[in-house]
Design a protein around this ligand. Structure first.
Ligand SMILES: Cc1cc2nc3c(=O)[nH]c(=O)nc-3n(C[C@H](O)[C@H](O)[C@H](O)COP(=O)(O)O)c2cc1C
Length: 184
């Protein structure tokens, strides 16, 4: 199963358009549109509840549905616009919510994470108004999925300088889409 984690916020999102062009090449997919989910950042109550379920190994609870879907995907495409040097908060909220020990990762006796996710690759698709600096978005996602979730390969697909005066954003996005046509 190909999982599309859509963290785009705007209905006319160019990032979503670029990601969908990639998905067209990859095949049928399941989409999780993060802004449509009833999902909150963890608080003391929700964290405590999750820890109690993990302690009891009660992985049938619906709070684990998103984690299981992520862990079971064979291929993952994440799309997120470049916001504030990073990505929209809804993506961090999703990561907090899927990060369940025993589903996406487990810890060895010496405290090292051992990834449990099946996906062989994760694509991170983004567009930026100016120059794209990957340090706090793609680099962070790459660190997390490789070191903690066990997904060995990641790839960045990016179109930048969309909002620079005088630039033709449509042309930049179209070029990024035709680059995909050449590569896949
Ligand atoms: C809340 C917000 C924060 C943004 N922050 C940045 C930024 O830090 N650097 C940048 O180059 N562009 C920034 N942009 C511009 C977006 O990266 C750019 O418009 C992008 O293409 C939006 O993607 P979308 O069309 O998928 O919504 C920001 C836009 C918004 C709405």
């Amino acid at each position: 199963m190909i999982l599309y984690v859509n963290a785009c916020v705007r209905a006319e999102s160019r990032t979503n358009r670029l990601a969908k062009a990639l998905l067209d090449k990859l095949g049928a997919y399941e989409e999780v549109r993060l802004t449509d989910l009833v999902m909150k950042p963890l608080n003391e109550e929700s964290l405590g509840y999750r820890e109690a379920q993990i302690e009891k190994q009660n992985y049938n609870d619906s709070i684990f549905d998103l984690s299981k879907q992520f862990a079971e995907a064979d291929l993952i495409v994440v799309s997120a616009p470049y916001w504030d040097g990073q990505f929209p908060a809804v993506l961090k909220t999703y990561i907090e919510n899927i990060y369940a020990i025993g589903i996406v990762t487990k810890y060895s006796e010496d405290g090292r994470p051992q990834g449990l996710c099946k996906a062989k690759k994760l694509y991170y698709v983004t567009t930026a108004g100016g120059e794209y600096d990957p340090r706090f978005s793609y680099d962070y996602i790459e660190y997390l999925v490789k070191n903690v979730f066990g997904i060995q390969e990641t790839e960045l697909i990016c179109a930048e300088y969309l909002d620079i005066e005088g630039n033709d954003a449509e042309e930049i996005v179209s070029k990024a889409i035709s680059n995909l046509d050449e590569r896949y």
